[in-house]
Design a protein. Structure first.
Length: 401
């Protein structure tokens, strides 16, 4: 019995040992297979580092307003007798837009004119009597005051009649009527908005640190969408103080072209154009990666035996960029894309401008940097250049206009 148990135990030990040994050998072979497997190259897009002109600017958001734009209101109370405009009508200055009932005031004007004539005739008689020493100074003063009162009443009635006719204050476009015929309106009741669309301005604010870069007449670009600033303008006003609550400076600019499709009250993106700076390295913002250790890019150098990367990097820094050669020799003699090594290089960045970022240090003209596909890379990874991944980078120079 004991002998049989020992035999079974030995067999179990052999079987378990065989399984364990098999797994160990299998894991070793798998590890050796993957260790000896050549790393796969990652397809990325790239561009060559170049110096070029940089047009810095101050970016902000603003609100479009008409140089002349008001909400027309009634100056006096009355019943609306006629509305003489429709929405979006272009009217000239002085045209009657709304007529309030003025029959009572018009009926009182002849009586006021007659009272003025009577007062003037009475004044004339009193002056004749005063010359004959019949009338007193008090009588003359009373007659003069009567003429003044009668004239004032006549002018008041005429002014009320004029107020009952609400006119366009300038050439412009009328908005949607906000009153109806027969409606009783009070002083201040808004009749409609009235805007001169031929002259538009934009009010915006800039940080106090940029206030010194502004000047009257400076060029400004506007647009309803970010990155599409299709309209030009000029700065016409700069507030002489900083708002202490927001630390912002208010700025006003006027658009050069009236036919621009913008409307008063519309939100727009604003960019104040500053002087062009030469010899600036600027790259697409997607090129630079931000990490806890700083900003970095991936620089491509030809892959080869160990020790050749530095030499290739040195050659690239002297102007031998890889984008042109990569595209020219993208298919080598073997029919495979040429392979490069991605080196992680930390850079110091500066200003940003319309999708590009200024590189202050860390790169030299002629080097080739990865513009997309960095999420698949790490320092030392192999890569192939395929600018069809990001077609807009094909032929892009590292300069910002």
């Amino acid at each position: 019995m004991i002998k049989r148990f020992i035999i079974v135990f030995i067999l179990l030990v052999l079987v378990c040992g065989g399984l364990i040994g098999f797994n160990i050998v299998r894991d070793q072979k798998i590890a050796e297979f993957f260790a000896n497997m050549p790393p796969q190259a990652v397809a990325v897009s790239a561009t060559e580092v170049e110096t070029g002109e940089w047009r810095p600017g101050i970016e902000a958001v603003g609100t479009v307003k008409a140089v002349r734009g008001v909400d027309l209101g009634a100056e006096t109370s009355g019943v609306v007798r006629s509305v003489n405009f429709s929405s979006n009508d272009r009217v000239s200055a002085g045209e009657v837009l709304v007529q309030l009932d003025d029959e009572v005031e018009k009926a009182q004007i002849p009586g006021a004119e007659a009272a003025l004539k009577n007062a003037q005739s009475h004044l004339k008689r009193i002056r004749n009597l005063r010359d004959k020493a019949v009338a007193t100074e008090s009588d003359l003063d009373s007659a003069v005051n009567s003429v003044a009162a009668a004239r004032s009443e006549l002018e008041r009635l005429r002014a009320v009649v004029a107020q009952k006719a609400i006119k366009a204050p300038f050439d412009g476009v009328a908005g949607i009527p906000r009153i109806d015929v027969g409606q009783y309106v009070q002083p201040g009741t808004v009749i409609a908005t009235f805007q001169d669309l031929d002259r538009l301005r934009v009010d915006f604010t800039v940080p106090e640190r940029d206030a010194g870069l502004l000047s009257m007449g400076q060029s400004v670009r506007f647009g309803a969408e970010e990155g599409e600033l299709a309209y030009d303008g000029r700065i016409t006003g700069i507030d002489p103080k900083v708002d202490p609550s927001t630390r912002l400076v208010s700025v006003r600019a006027e658009l050069d072209t009236p036919e621009n499709g913008l409307l008063p009250g519309q939100f727009v993106f604003v960019r104040v154009q500053l002087d062009t700076e030469p010899d600036i390295i600027a790259l697409p913002q997607s090129t630079v990666i931000t990490s806890l250790y700083g900003d970095y890019v991936y620089v491509l150098v030809p892959a080869g035996p160990e020790g050749q990367s530095a030499a290739a990097d040195e050659g690239a820094s002297e102007g031998g960029g890889l984008v042109g050669t990569a595209e020219a020799s993208e298919q080598g003699a073997s029919g495979q894309p040429e392979t490069y090594k991605a080196d992680q290089v930390f850079v110091k960045v500066g200003r940003r401008n319309q999708g590009t970022i200024e590189v202050l240090s860390g790169l030299k003209p002629g080097q080739t940097v990865v513009t997309s596909g960095q999420n698949k890379l790490q320092n030392g990874s192999l890569a192939t250049v395929n600018n069809e991944i990001d077609p807009k980078m094909t032929g892009v120079a590292g300069s910002a206009q």
